[in-house]
Write a protein that binds this ligand. Sequence first.
Ligand SMILES: Nc1ncnc2c1ncn2[C@@H]1O[C@H](COP(=O)(O)OP(=O)(O)OP(=O)(O)O)[C@@H](O)[C@H]1O
Ligand SMILES: [Mg+2]
Length: 351
Amino acid sequence: MSHPPRAEELATFLETLRTRAGKPSLRQIADAAGDISHDTVRAALNASRLVSLQAAHSIIRGLGGDTADHQYATRLLSTPSPGTGTIHATIADDDLIGRGPEWTVLGRAVAATAGGAGGCLVLTGPAGIGKSHLARAAARAGARGGLTVAYRAAIEVDRNAPLISLAAALSDCDPPTSKLAWLREETPVQSTPERIGRELENLAAERPLLVIIDDAQWMDEFSVLAVRTLVPRLAFHAVRWLFVRRPGPGGAAMDALDDLVTMGAEEITVGPLADADVELLCARRVGAPVDATVLAQAERCGGNPLWIMQLLAGTVTRSRSSTTCCARSSTTRSRRRCATACTARSRRSPV
Ligand SMILES: Nc1ncnc2c1ncn2[C@@H]1O[C@H](COP(=O)(O)OP(=O)(O)OP(=O)(O)O)[C@@H](O)[C@H]1O
Ligand SMILES: [Mg+2]
């Protein structure tokens, strides 16, 4: 039987740890780990199947492994090999135009989470550039891959309600879970992050979890505090965090996100859409190929999808109203004159 190469690699690594630990039996390893069956230990050491990252961490714990050993396993199992895993970075999202490099990182992270690996990503970019659009694509990919997805777009007034940014995301996750329903009712206290941590560990053991906080620059301070504790604590569990933010002046949330990046969270900077993707966005929005005049106007939007959409909304409105006013003209000659005037006006209009 042929085994996935990473199962072999993991088995070799675990065998090294086993030798270092004095060759304990499979049952002794399972007993020392405490939360894993003897069969899973055998599968991992024989490479008969690729065990989850969580199972690998349990075995490493049972073998007395240190932080570096855990990190090695995380790296090994976080890189999906072609043909394995539930989701692949190459999976297209119908709604997403362009964004190949950003989607590669996001898609891989979601796939790795489906395979049991946790971690944290920070998506940074200016207003209207398409951050939320990417985050929603990640949420859809997560749902397709069997992850529990928790999503919240923070708003400025979150700052007045302790824990609202995180509690609203988690208590409203999909599929819903009774494990986190208490977050909706209980007032947060000092031990709340610890309790959330325990619940998320349990939840992730059953089903990997993707937590997305959009507009994270507006997270309330209690959520910021919880995130500072929970992200490192859950690094070895199947919990993936995705924080989306606009760059801007510091504050508790921005400082925490900067610290997470310093500690190893991957930051994806979202820049302008490529020219070819701008053309595609215009065509999709208008419902037909667009001409050079529209493209020249779209160029002035600097690859910002929101500005392009606004431009096109204006263009569509103008062309509709010009069609109506031209059609209202009574003679063919006056209709032509009106059309010429409307075209000239639309060319003169600023974006
Ligand atoms: N890659 C894309 N493909 C198709 N549509 C896109 C793409 N990126 C962005 N859009 C569309 O452009 C608009 C602006 O994008 P979005 O809301 O994601 O921006 P944002 O970066 O989250 O902005 P903000 O900082 O204001 O929240 C939305 O209508 C979105 O659907
Ligand atoms: Mg947004």
